[in-house]
Design a protein around this ligand. Structure first.
Ligand code: ADP
Length: 480
């Protein structure tokens, strides 16, 4: 069993009690990347027990002590950037350049929280009663169960465990079952950083039974999740039974609005970033492109020019800009959205097909695609596509386009390109989204709050906001 990648529970590398394993395939080639031990609720329970036992000491350690481990982990992740990026590319197809950026983003989270941990301040408040004093303490919530998706298999883990550990929480992490290998490598670095046993645990396996244990085990105080709105709602329902705290980063349906006065070259570059990075598989990916009627044809041309140059291929090739979709089901959904739009009258301005020539035949590739004449009844307008397809709609009126952009149950990210300053402010205020990129197609940064309005989630990750999510507020009243 030496070639089976293991789970990390209470400072030990273990395989599942059932002996079950899962093979991880490269979506670019269909090749076997590795095999992971595949556990379930039993392993989750052991990991929760370990995290619970470790909580007292870890949460009471001096902030500078916790900072030391996080800083060491930052250095290790930074120094293993290329290796981790290679695993990410192999297990989910991400272009190497982007995967390296993702790993640096993860390292930056460990660095940020190694510093921020020193600034968890409490407060004193003037009392209305002369012989009483009011003190406010900020304390770690307790054991955190975290569930992460496959599209950023290292950074999503970092964005949860870094603030949780900084706050003094202990953690059980379940990565996506299709991308456990990069998380396992990250946990080897966690072990190397010397975190005390039980402080950070990794379980890989069946999402339903692990999720059930996370929801039902009274030792878990908080569930942190990034993934689909469907699963997020299930977890919130389960968590509600014990009033567990939750942080949810869920689906998006991002509008990208190009006004008549926009710098069209900058807008085309911004759209390329926001739509084609990670092959369109991001919750902040553009899902609806609104372009002012007067610039629609020149913008479409610029976009098509850019896409003609984009190199599609195996993420491990260094010049690849757009990789494969993560699996066959994801590819079929994208192709179905294109087909449905064409049947309902959309025209293909660029791309539109699965790529099957030569090496492409082995992977789940779709051409980068631009659809024009898109209307509101098409699936591509209504659902999150999670792929390299731009559906374009033209508009003339500012108020109407804002109304369209806001007319959704989602509210994660929105993008606007315009050179009118007053309009920049109007858009920033009127768009009902947690993240608004004004003349910026790639707004995420470690220190900024990341999260959604409406059904896109609850809570924020990043910077001081991310740390808040793992702290309770305690009021202490002193009689003097
Ligand atoms: P996606 O469609 O992007 O894969 P999911 O919400 O299905 O999004 O997956 C995100 C994460 O949620 C993954 O780690 C997955 O294993 C986990 N997950 C899926 N179903 C459940 C569930 N019923 N309970 C707990 N976790 C789940």
């Amino acid at each position: 069993m030496s070639d089976v990648s293991k789970m990390y529970i209470n400072g030990e590398w273990v395989t599942s009690e059932s002996g079950e394993t899962k093979q991880i395939m490269n979506p670019a080639t269909g090749e076997l990347v590795g095999t992971a031990s595949f556990g379930g609720g039993q392993e989750a329970k052991k990991a929760i027990d370990a995290a619970h036992d470790a909580f007292g000491k870890w949460s009471r350690a001096a902030a500078r002590e916790r900072s030391k481990y996080l800083y060491k982990l930052y250095e290790l992740v930074r120094d293993h950037r290329d290796e981790l990026a290679g695993i990410i590319s192999a297990e989910m197809g991400k272009p190497l350049r982007e995967a390296k950026g993702e790993v640096l983003g993860a390292a930056d989270n460990f660095l940020w929280y190694a510093e921020e941990v020193k600034r968890v301040y409490g407060e004193t408040i003037p009392s209305s009663i002369p012989n009483k004093r009011i003190m406010v303490l900020r304390q770690a919530i307790g054991v955190v169960a975290a569930i992460t998706p496959w599209n950023f298999p290292v950074n999503m883990v970092a964005r949860k465990i870094a603030p949780a550990l900084a706050a003094g929480c202990t953690v059980v992490l379940k990565p996506a079952e299709s991308t456990p290998l990069s998380a396992i490598r990250l946990f080897e670095l966690i072990e190397q950083a010397g975190f005390p046993k039980g402080v950070v645990n990794l379980v890989v396996g069946d999402p339903v039974s692990i999720g059930k244990e996370f929801m039902e085990n009274e030792k878990v105080q908080k569930i942190g999740f990034t993934g689909s709105t469907r699963v997020g709602k299930l977890l919130m329902e389960g968590a509600a039974k014990q009033v567990k705290r939750v942080s949810m980063e869920l689906g998006g349906h991002a509008p990208f609005i190009v006004f008549e006065d926009a710098d069209l070259d900058a807008a085309a570059d911004g759209l390329f970033e926001s739509k084609f990075r990670n092959t369109g598989q991001m919750c902040i990916s553009t899902n609806r492109l609104y372009v002012h009627e007067n610039v629609a044809s020149s913008f479409t041309e610029k976009l098509a020019e850019r896409l003609k140059k984009a190199k599609v291929g195996d993420g491990r090739n260094k010049d690849t800009e757009i990789g494969p979709l993560v699996n066959e089901q994801a590819l079929n959904k994208v192709l179905d959205h294109i087909e449905d739009a064409k049947n309902k009258g959309a025209k293909v301005a660029h791309g539109g097909n699965r790529l099957t020539d030569g090496d492409y035949a082995k992977g789940f590739y779709c051409e980068p695609t631009v659809l024009v004449d898109v209307t509101t009844e098409m699936k591509i307008y209504q659902e999150e596509t999670f792929g390299p397809v731009v559906p374009m709609i033209t508009f003339t009126d500012e108020a109407a386009v804002v109304e369209h952009a806001n007319n959704t149950r989602f509210g994660l990210a929105a993008y606007v390109y315009t050179r009118d300053n007053a309009r920049c402010f109007r858009m920033a205020e009127l768009l009902e989204y947690g993240i608004v990129g004004i003349n910026d197609g790639s707004p995420t940064q470690t220190q900024a709050p990341f999260g959604g309005f409406k059904e896109s989630g609850i809570g924020r990750e990043g910077g001081k906001y991310g740390l808040e999510e793992y702290l309770e507020t305690k009021f202490v009243s002193f009689g003097v």
